[in-house]
Design a protein around this ligand. Structure first.
Ligand code: UDP
Length: 372
């Protein structure tokens, strides 16, 4: 059986979710035909401090100015080549070990850091290498390594950036953001999902999420929504941020609420909700499109997620509300104006690419077959 190796890292929740989605797509398209494996290459095959990236990412992401500066400073063809060139010697040994210990017929990267280093490490014995870009619009140069055999992107904007960063147009395929096919499956009527979750049937539910790590000013937002006594049920998914979940439980609550930690059942929560309040993460936003949810975006990572905000706004699918006050107002409007909520919901559904994970799976297999 042919083996497909997925390289990801738990920096946020999106890279793991994307790899899982493609693996689910593969299983639907080619049941039982491929062996798959996922490796967190930063955690297990990179030197310190990079190996602590999953832990470092949430606090680092809070330093917006540092992040913005580093993103801008490295986001160019030559600058990015230089960064990869100087960091390679520190990465080479463990990258070669990764390839030796995890032999595969094709390697799929869903994480930007793998795209230059890994193909270089396997120079003598090249395995076909596919990059699946998991940022949506304002994609960084590091995604686009000319050594990849195929680069799958979610939007035309991401394709155009690839061309600008020197990739041959033939190597760039627009398919969509990989989202678990479960999001587009019928998992039962909304009323039943809500009843199962114990959510109040008589008021709209605002679902608040901060990516896989529960990032952003969630504490402040929850407090503001609660103080404003908005006519909603507030469901908060804290992801891996356990402290946040604990703190929110002990708040003096004035509105119906439900607090959750990390869940593997996002489709259920999203399909049961009416309004999605999120940072502009590519995974969360694309999942919201498939669920036809109006989106209130309270923050975005500088650089990589800024384009997502414009994408949602241009498509009429949501509202940019970067202050607690504006978030409260946006949720209030959507909760009380049913026609407006419906309009945003329809626009959101129009941006959905529910078959992307299956399409990406087919493209990977196509590349595998073409490589013999
Ligand atoms: N997610 C999840 N369980 C949680 C919280 C988030 O599975 O409790 C998933 C969510 O469905 C999405 C991903 O984590 O697929 C978050 O990806 P996104 O690109 O939005 O943000 P990131 O966490 O990568 O910054």
């Amino acid at each position: 059986m042919k083996r497909i190796l997925f390289l990801f890292s738990d920096t946020g929740g999106g890279h793991r979710a994307s790899a899982n989605a493609i693996i689910e797509g593969l299983e639907l398209e080619y049941p039982g035909q491929y062996e798959t494996q996922m490796v967190d290459f930063l955690r297990y095959y990179s030197p310190p401090p990079l190996k602590y990236s999953p832990e470092i990412y949430p606090p680092l992401a809070k330093m917006k100015l540092v992040w913005k500066g580093a993103y801008a400073a490295s986001n160019g063809l030559k600058r990015n080549q230089f960064v990869n060139h100087v960091s390679y010697p520190a990465m080479a040994h463990l990258s070669k070990k990764l390839i030796e210990e995890n032999p595969a017929d094709i390697i799929v990267s869903v994480h930007h850091f793998a795209n230059w280093i890994i193909p270089r490490a396997m120079k003598r014995n090249p395995t076909p290498f596919v990059t699946v870009v998991t940022d949506m619009v304002s994609t960084h140069a590091i995604w686009y390594s000319p050594t990849a055999d195929l680069i799958i992107v979610p939007t035309m904007q991401a394709r155009n950036r690839g061309i600008r960063f020197g990739i041959e147009p033939d190597k760039l395929v627009v398919i969509g953001q990989p989202v678990s096919p479960v999001f587009s499956q019928d998992i039962g009527p909304k009323e039943k999902l809500r009843a199962d979750l114990g959510w109040e049937p008589d008021r709209p539910v605002a679902l608040l999420v901060g990516g896989g790590d529960g990032m952003g000013p969630l504490r402040k937002l929850v407090r503001s929504i609660n103080e404003a006594e908005l006519p909603v049920t507030l469901a908060v998914i804290c992801g891996r941020n356990e402290t946040l979940a604990h703190d929110l439980e002990s708040l003096e609550w004035k509105i119906p609420h439900h607090i959750y930690g990390f869940t593997t059942e996002m489709p259920k929560y999203m399909k049961a909700a009416d309004i999605f309040v999120t940072k502009a993460g590519p995974g969360s936003v694309s999942e919201a499109f498939i669920c036809g949810l109006p989106i209130v975006m309270y923050s975005c990572m500088p650089g990589q997620e800024e384009g997502n905000v414009d994408y949602v706004l241009d498509g009429g699918a949501g509202i940019w509300a970067p202050k607690a006050k504006s978030t409260v107002e946006a949720v209030r409007q959507l909760a009380t104006d049913h026609a407006m909520r419906k309009e945003y919901a329809t626009a959101s559904a129009n941006l959905a690419r529910p078959d992307a994970a299956r399409g990406i799976a087919r493209a990977i297999v196509g590349q595998l077959e073409a490589s013999g």
